[in-house]
Ligand binder design. Structure first.
Ligand code: DAH
Length: 342
């Protein structure tokens, strides 16, 4: 048999074999058998050298045509095998196309946001609306209008970051009180003012230079200290649990008179003393008091006709106590191992 005949035989054999193939594995074997490094088609190419010069061209052309024909046939058949395999798989029920897809990994609310929303919900039930005031605040509102003039020693408690000579990052949510009053006069007021506050602080496990507060303000005709204590007692029971009791201590804030500090019996030990309450039996809830006449006046309300109460609550600290978080810095670290726990 001469080389031309051999070539035709390889072609016929290859095509005959191809049509009988019904698996990926056999396709691979087929490809290797004809087109591999030592494959039958590859060998034909090598044999050109042993042909007389004048036959080489014809042989080469025929070989190229056959290569082309075989690889086209291969592609077409491989496609068929693939489809047949998929159909067989579907028919055998190995793929359940009715199964729900994989769930997309969705994020969730930050612990701080969750806590804020709990607080909004509780105060909403008592008729408080949410009022938002800016983070970058005028010095005048952050201090002066709250009865803290430049020479007042209370300013030392609230050192902060300055934006320019008149503006700073608010040290507390209290300046929002004056903003609401000026906007709402002469309506009675019942709002909470949540938001970020900033202080020039050493950052430790217990204090950050940024943190949230929720301020409260009620202004009306006959508002008394009893309303204030009742409101905060109710908040404490709804936030920490129905059996909580509160106590009130005398305190000082320039923008309230009288001023108080509100505590709840420790949520962990119920007052017996433990590491959470540092063995005092009590946890601080926040500062509060009756709105100072000067502040009412700065807001446009006549203190002879109107009275009000105000309070300032932390957000991260209560969340720390409620969920047993030991380091306030975790709230700002964006570490998913922490965030995913809540
Ligand atoms: N602004 C105070 C602070 O940041 C908290 C506070 C105390 C707010 C008493 C009040 C209040 O409204 O009546 O420390």
């Amino acid at each position: 048999m001469d080389l031309f005949e051999q070539l035709e035989q390889v072609r016929t054999e290859a095509l005959d074999n191809l049509v009988t193939i019904d698996s990926q594995v056999d396709l691979v074997t087929w490809e290797k058998r004809y087109f591999g490094r030592k494959g039958l088609v590859t060998q034909q190419l090598r044999s050109i050298g042993s042909l007389p010069q004048e036959e080489r061209k014809t042989f080469g052309q025929r070989l190229n045509d056959i290569k082309q024909e075989l690889s086209t046939a291969y592609e077409a058949h491989a496609q068929q095998v693939k489809l047949a395999e998929i159909e067989a798989e579907l028919a055998s029920g190995a793929v359940d196309v009715t199964l729900p897809g994989r769930a997309v990994a969705a994020g969730h609310l930050h612990l701080t946001t969750q806590t804020l929303r709990q607080i909004y919900g509780i105060f909403a039930k008592m008729g408080f609306e949410v009022y938002e005031a800016p983070d970058v605040e005028l010095e005048k509102l952050n201090f002066d209008m709250l009865n803290i003039p430049a020479y007042h020693p209370a300013r030392d408690m609230w050192d902060t970051f300055w934006v320019d000579e008149q503006r700073l990052l608010r040290t507390h949510t209290s300046p929002g009180q004056v903003r609401v009053m000026r906007e709402r006069y002469p309506e009675p007021i019942r709002v909470i003012l949540p938001g970020k506050c900033y202080r020039y602080e050493q950052i430790t496990a217990r204090s950050e230079h940024q943190f949230y507060q929720v301020e409260g303000l009620a202004v009306g005709r006959n508002i008394t200290m009893t309303d204030l204590i009742g409101t905060l007692t109710q908040f404490t029971r709804m936030f920490y649990g129905a059996s909580r009791t509160t106590r009130v201590r005398s305190s000082y804030f320039p923008f309230t008179e009288p001023s108080i500090e509100v505590d709840t019996d420790c949520i962990l030990c119920g007052g017996k003393g433990c590491p959470v309450c540092k063995y005092t039996g009590w946890l601080e809830i926040g500062g509060a008091g009756m709105t100072h006449p000067v502040v009412l006046q700065n807001g446009g309300y006549d203190p002879d006709e109107w009275s009000g109460f105000a309070f300032g609550l932390g957000v991260e600290r209560p969340a720390m106590m409620k969920y047993g978080v030991e380091d306030i810095r975790l709230f700002y670290r964006n570490d998913l191992r922490f965030l995913r726990q809540f």
